[in-house]
Structures are given as C-alpha cells and as structure tokens.
Design a protein. Structure first.
Length: 348
C-alpha cells in the first residue's frame, strides 16, 4: 500500500489529500521552512506542474497510447529525466489500467502518488544534514560559479548560530572577485567567526588552516566555501580532490557533508555537474538554489534517480530563512498545491 493511500485511510476520505499530507509533516527534525514558504518558493513549479496535469486530466478520460505518450513527454519537460519519467509513467499507466480509472480527479491523485512512491522506492531517503555530537562537523560547499555557494553557506551559518551553535566560516573562494568580502560581510552581519585568506594564499591552504582552527577551538561546525570550478576543467577538479583529502588528513575523517550546490533553474545541465563532481569527491547531498525562479521542480527526482543522492537543502528566496531542509512531503504538497485531489470537480 502506497504512502498516499495509507494517509487516505488514516485520515478518512472527507479530508483533502493536501490536508492529509500537511498533517503528516508537522514534526520534522533540524530546521525547515513553514509550509507557506514552500508554497511561495515552489510557485512557478507548482503552476507548471498543475497546468500540465490538469490539461492531461481534461483531455483524457481513458488510458490509451496517446495519453501515455503525452504523459511521458510532460514529465520529461518537467526535468524529471528520461529514465525516471519512463519508470513513473509506466507505473501510472499500469495503475490506471488496474483500477480502470476514467475520472480525471483519480488520474491526478494516482500521478501524485506514484511520484512519492518512486522517490521513496521502499526506503525513506535520509535528507537531514549529518551532525555528529561532541565533534567538529566539517561541511564542504562545492559547485560551479554563480550557483549560490557562498550565500547558501552564509544562510546555513546564520540558522545554526541562532540555534546557539559555534560556527566557523572559512572563506576558501580565492578566485572569484568579491567572494571573500561577501562572506566577511555575512560573518559580521551574523555574528559568526571567519577564517580569511592571506594575500596570494590558495584555496587548499585556507581550508587547511580553517579546519585545523575549527577543530583546535572546538567549534560545532566548520563551513568551508570553495572556489567555483567548471566540471570540464581537470586541473580545478583535481584541486577540489586535494581539498577533500586535506579535510580528511586534518580531521582524521571524511567531511560530515560534501554538498554540491546546484542552480535549480539549470535543469539537465545540473545533472552533468553532479556526475563530474561526484567523481572527484564523495558527495553526500545536494543544495538546490533559486527554486523560486524554477518552473521545473522535477529535477529533484532526476538527481535521486541518477546518483542516489538526496537533496538536503533547498533555497527559494533572499532571506536567511529561505534555506530549508528538504522535506519530501512538503515538497510534494507545495508542488501539487494547485491540483484538485479531493474527489471534487475541477474548478476551471
């Protein structure tokens, strides 16, 4: 029995499906945005998704080959990816045939159900950030230029500081003009300690000093910014591999998190970045930024499908509160908020 179906039985059919999901996400760990923020942040994706599914529901009342082709095409356009779209589409069509569905509202509900089931695939993915007690936790932030690494790091530092954690930021982006000054400004605004590079000091040396200082002074978290690097530049990627090894040497352990920051608006090109970065470092998760500007929220499913990597944080705004722990149920709730899933007629 699927997740959505269990919720339906638990909370009775009279409740809207969105209400059932919302009740299921009241108690979550670490930090998170409220549901209103998810709604606002995923608005473009939600509108795109709803328009797509509502159009399919309106045009088809029986399962046929044209419906299957149209559904597959729309899922691909939502950046779910070819492989995931194929699997999800097959599961949806099989369920529609099994239930002999002709009601457009049921078509919508089955689509949402299969999206959730596909992401979980019999195992709930761990999306919380790794936090080891009584130890300095080192997080590496990696990615190409312009994706929001420095801003995401600062937002996380702010949220951790507000939880009374001792946080040390390391300004390791020595290439981008203004990156160090940007992080220094964030540190002053947040009230957070920071390690700055010396003149002509390269990123690996800055990271070494920062991690060493963080461990010696027993900080709870050391958040390391790194220079943006193109995935097709082997020398820069090798430097990233060196940085990863430095953290291992200084801390006698792998970084608790190595987070690849991706621009949520880049779509499939972000998947190519993930592939290469994962080859040079052991990525533990993804931060998806600019989700408030993206109309293709399906990339989260594609990342999970291709790399078995969880999206751990999503950014959907300018304030520090607009970086949130990724939550599957809230994500689906935000993505599908414009669908009618309560067995009532569509409002057009």
């Amino acid at each position: 029995m699927s997740f959505i179906h269990k919720l339906i039985q638990k909370f009775k059919p009279k409740k809207k499906l969105v209400d059932q999901v919302q009740q299921a996400v009241q108690e979550k760990s670490f930090f998170q945005a409220n549901q209103k923020s998810y709604y606002q942040g995923l608005n473009k994706s939600a509108n795109s998704f709803a328009n797509t599914i509502n159009k399919l529901a309106a045009n088809y009342v029986t399962v046929n080959e044209q419906f299957q082709e149209s559904l597959f095409e729309e899922l691909v356009l939502l950046d779910i990816g070819y492989h995931a779209a194929t699997k999800i589409c097959d599961a949806i069509v099989q369920e529609l045939k099994l239930q002999r569905v002709s009601d457009p509202q049921l078509i919508q509900e089955i689509i949402v159900d299969k999206l959730i089931v596909y992401y979980i695939q019999d195992k709930l993915f761990e999306t919380d950030l790794t936090v080891e007690a009584n130890k300095t936790n080192v997080y590496l932030f990696v990615g190409v230029n312009g994706v929001g690494k420095t801003t995401s790091l600062a937002k996380l530092a702010d949220q951790l500081t507000k939880q009374n954690k001792r946080v040390l930021m390391v300004a390791g982006d020595t290439f981008r003009a203004g990156a160090v000054a940007q992080l220094a400004e964030w540190a002053q605004r947040i009230g957070c300690d920071i390690v700055l590079p010396n003149p002509k000091e390269e990123t690996p040396a800055v990271i070494f000093r920062g991690v060493q200082q963080g461990i010696q002074n027993e900080y709870d978290f050391v958040l390391c910014d790194t220079s943006g690097r193109l995935q097709n530049k082997t020398n820069l990627m090798n430097e990233l591999k060196k940085i990863y090894q430095i953290v291992q040497k200084v801390s006698s352990a792998k970084p608790q998190e190595t987070l690849l920051v991706l621009d949520g608006t880049t779509g499939q090109s972000g998947l190519a970045q993930a592939k290469v970065f994962n080859e040079f470092t052991e990525l533990t998760g993804i931060i998806l930024t600019k989700m408030d500007s993206s109309s293709k929220g399906g990339i989260i499913l594609a990342i999970k499908d291709l790399f078995n990597l969880p999206v751990k944080l999503i950014g959907f705004g300018e304030t520090t509160a607009d970086l949130a722990a990724f939550d599957l149920e809230q994500y689906v709730l935000g993505l599908t908020k414009n669908l009618s899933l309560n067995h009532e007629p569509n409002q057009t």
